[in-house]
Design a protein around this ligand. Structure first.
Ligand code: TXA
Ligand code: MG
Length: 319
């Protein structure tokens, strides 16, 4: 496996060819790094599952270069979903739609729906466009971490997660730190109103404004411990505890307005919500690298992106 830091046009071409040849390419998006494979190649997609150690009945998101490819992958698309796609793509939003024949069981986990996203990152978009020029239809890409672990927001983090599980021809494209830092908002568009399955940077308020519809949510909004209920934990090795009462030797994450008590290892002190999202996963990773046993964390308050951050904190603390 090769990590490429200077991602030129030539590198994009090499990576697109690698995908066509059923190899894996990890690439940056604005949310987190994805582990990509040709979404129409069962063997290639199977390698994603083995590299991640992920159960095979989990569906993967198909990434496409533009809204124009939407009806290759989906059918019976409701008008509100078209409105969302027109407004927020490229961007941190995944739409779940009724699948076309192109979306096979190995992509959808046997479900009748497919997750689609146009990422907003120059490297991801260049790779998708080049891959489509070579005859590809889309790149299947879950977050580039081992199953249940924290999503990587840098190429170095991808390498740490997956170096033992990738093969010699696989590539990691380095696009620096991801700007959003938490995974895309997932919106189920199969009913006649949107259902938010995972909160993200495209917020419930934004969705309701664009669709003029009342959305519903299917994620845990209460910051109470829900161990065992959540299938994916987004967890560091360190124990994550939602609590401001931090002891010396423990890691601590809170907004910068909360000071660091003596002897406490400050892992992040974001000054705003955007920075909180961007730095959360690297703070978790940092704790593991430093061998910290427990992290106390004060979740941000408010709606919008703060809701997505609380969702990830809750998942990280639920095990
Ligand atoms: O920001 C993101 O969405 C990143 C970047 C790489 O695009 N991707 C990502 O993928 O977070 P992943 O696989 O780590 O998380 C996607 C979630 C999974 O929990 C999966 O079960 C769900 O989306 N999902 C994918 N396709 C689905 C479908 N057809 N129906 C319901 N859930 C689906
Ligand atoms: Mg993931």
């Amino acid at each position: 496996m090769e990590i490429i830091t200077n991602v030129t046009e030539g590198v994009i071409n090499k990576a697109a060819k690698a995908l066509k040849d059923a190899h894996l390419v990890a690439f940056p998006t604005e949310t987190v790094y994805g582990l990509g494979a040709d979404a129409t190649n069962e063997t290639a997609v199977g390698r994603i599952y083995s590299a991640k150690g992920r159960p095979t009945n989990h569906p993967v998101i198909v990434h496409i270069s533009s809204i124009k490819l939407l009806d290759k992958w989906a059918i019976e698309i409701p008008e509100y979903a078209i409105n969302l796609a027109s407004e927020f793509w490229p961007g941190p939003m995944t739409l779940i739609l009724k699948r076309s024949n192109l979306a096979e069981d190995f992509i959808t986990g046997g479900q009748d729906n497919v997750g689609l996203r146009v990422p907003n990152h120059s490297i991801a978009l260049a790779l998708l466009t080049e891959f489509e020029k070579l005859g590809g239809y889309g790149i299947a890409a879950p977050s580039a971490n081992r199953f249940g672990a924290v999503s990587p927001t840098t190429a170095k983090a991808v390498n740490r997660e997956l170096c033992n599980f990738l093969q010699i021809e696989d590539l990691i494209l380095d696009g620096g730190q991801c700007l959003v830092g938490v995974e895309s908002t997932i919106i189920d568009c199969v009913k006649d109103y949107p259902v938010v399955l995972r909160p993200g940077a495209v917020t419930i308020e934004m969705i309701e404004t664009i669709t003029s519809l009342q959305s519903s949510t299917k994620f845990n909004k209460n910051l109470t411990k829900a161990s065992g209920l959540l299938e994916s934990h987004y967890s560091p090795k360190a124990k994550v505890i939602i609590c401001a009462d931090v002891e010396p030797g423990e890691g601590f994450i809170a907004m910068s307005t909360t000071l660091t008590p003596d002897g406490v290892i400050r892992l992040a002190a974001p000054t705003d919500i955007e920075q909180y999202a961007r730095d959360l996963y690297s703070a978790f990773r940092d704790a593991d690298i430093k061998g910290i046993a427990s992290i106390k964390i004060v979740p941000p308050e408010g709606n919008g992106l703060a809701e997505a951050i609380r969702d990830r904190i809750l998942k990280a603390s639920s095990r």
